[in-house]
Design a protein around this ligand. Structure first.
Ligand SMILES: Nc1ncnc2c1ncn2[C@@H]1O[C@H](COP(=O)(O)OP(=O)(O)OP(=O)(O)O)[C@@H](O)[C@H]1O
Ligand SMILES: [Mg+2]
Length: 317
């Protein structure tokens, strides 16, 4: 049975971390300290306990990526780690002669798949499957991969093609806030939980430069519009509109300031994801102009007549 230890903060936690490492080293009987074992297939014996303990020791040493053969295990640090995702680090993995010899990282996966496309005589499509339970960090990891490809697959020589690549790159990155506004919600497990699956395709030309992207979404949890579990919220977009609409839009969309809506539970919770301006801006960059945006928000405002608290409670048509 693993003992739960808080990896950050107090001195006693640091002390438990130390004893955990010693325990594990004894258990594994190896010379390599567990936090330095960067491939779980090297843990000997491979048991659930040794694998989990090894991951725990690495987590406590702020090492969040570990290989498991050709699979990468990513742990959610639950804190910002900016130095782990800097453009300099992306370039380091991109420039490395053997990226797999660097520390395990999502950029290794990105770089290896990019090289597989590049080095083969007949380019072969590459797929990366990101899986895990809710809150594990799938969306975060997909975003990191997209940012990585946007940087490494966008270095054309001429100024004109550089501009084109930059525009594509920006559009690809801007698809995230839009998809998340309409498809993510605050749940008990994750304040920005994706309530849909997605298949993202990044397209490269013969020179391995990014030329486009396609996103296919499936299994959107539509029932959430009308029914949310206790303590959970509706999709972010409703709160964005509710909190960020201009005075004139409020009148048009029948959204009086301060009104309570039965399908808008917990509006008092302020999330980073509640920013309407970010969604509008991202939609503009995707080529959705202001009148079209207005039509989209109006459809929501009119076809889903949110009832004030104590209203008829009928689901939207
Ligand atoms: N590598 C990371 N660095 C820093 N924070 C992270 C990282 N991975 C995840 N997080 C944090 O954890 C939160 C949850 O991660 P994320 O939304 O990616 O989970 P998910 O697997 O997509 O969950 P769901 O299935 O509910 O959509 C993020 O909003 C972010 O705050
Ligand atoms: Mg997600």
């Amino acid at each position: 049975m693993l003992q739960q230890v808080n990896g950050h903060g107090s001195g006693s936690a640091a002390h438990s971390g130390e004893s955990l490492r010693e325990d594990l080293q004894e258990l594994l009987g190896g010379e390599v300290p567990p936090q330095q074992l960067n491939d779980l297939t090297k843990v000997n014996p491979v048991t659930l306990e040794t694998v989990l303990r090894c991951l725990q020791a690495r987590y406590m040493a702020d090492t969040f990526y570990t290989n498991a053969g050709c699979t990468l295990v990513a742990m959610n640090p639950f804190k910002p780690v900016p130095q782990l995702y800097s453009p300099e680090l992306m370039r380091e993995y991109h420039a490395a002669s053997q990226p797999q010899t660097l520390k395990p990282h999502i950029f290794t996966v990105g770089e290896q798949t990019y090289r597989n496309v590049k080095s083969l005589i007949e380019p072969v499509n590459q797929s990366v499957v990101v899986s895990g339970e809710s809150g594990a960090g799938k969306t975060w990891t997909s975003r990191c991969l997209m940012k990585f490809y946007a940087v490494v697959a966008a270095s054309p020589t001429s100024w004109e093609s550089h501009k084109v690549a930059e525009r594509i790159e920006q559009r690809i990155l801007n698809s995230n806030p839009v998809m998340e506004a309409f498809g993510n919600a605050c749940t008990l497990r994750n304040s920005n939980s994706s309530r849909f699956g997605k298949f993202i395709q990044l397209q490269l030309n013969g020179a391995q430069q990014m030329t486009g992207a396609a996103v296919q979404t499936y299994l959107l949890e539509k029932t959430r519009v009308a029914c949310q579990a206790p303590s959970e919220r509706n999709f972010h977009i409703f709160y964005q509109i509710y909190k960020g609409a201009h005075a004139e839009e409020r009148v048009r969309w029948r959204l009086p300031e301060g009104a309570a809506f039965s399908w808008l539970p917990h509006p008092e919770r302020t999330l980073e994801e509640d920013c309407f301006e970010v969604t509008r801006e991202a939609m503009l960059h995707l080529g959705i102009d202001a009148p079209t945006q207005n039509n989209i928000f109006q459809v929501r405002g009119k076809a889903t007549p949110l009832t004030c608290g104590g209203g008829d409670g009928q689901p939207p048509s």
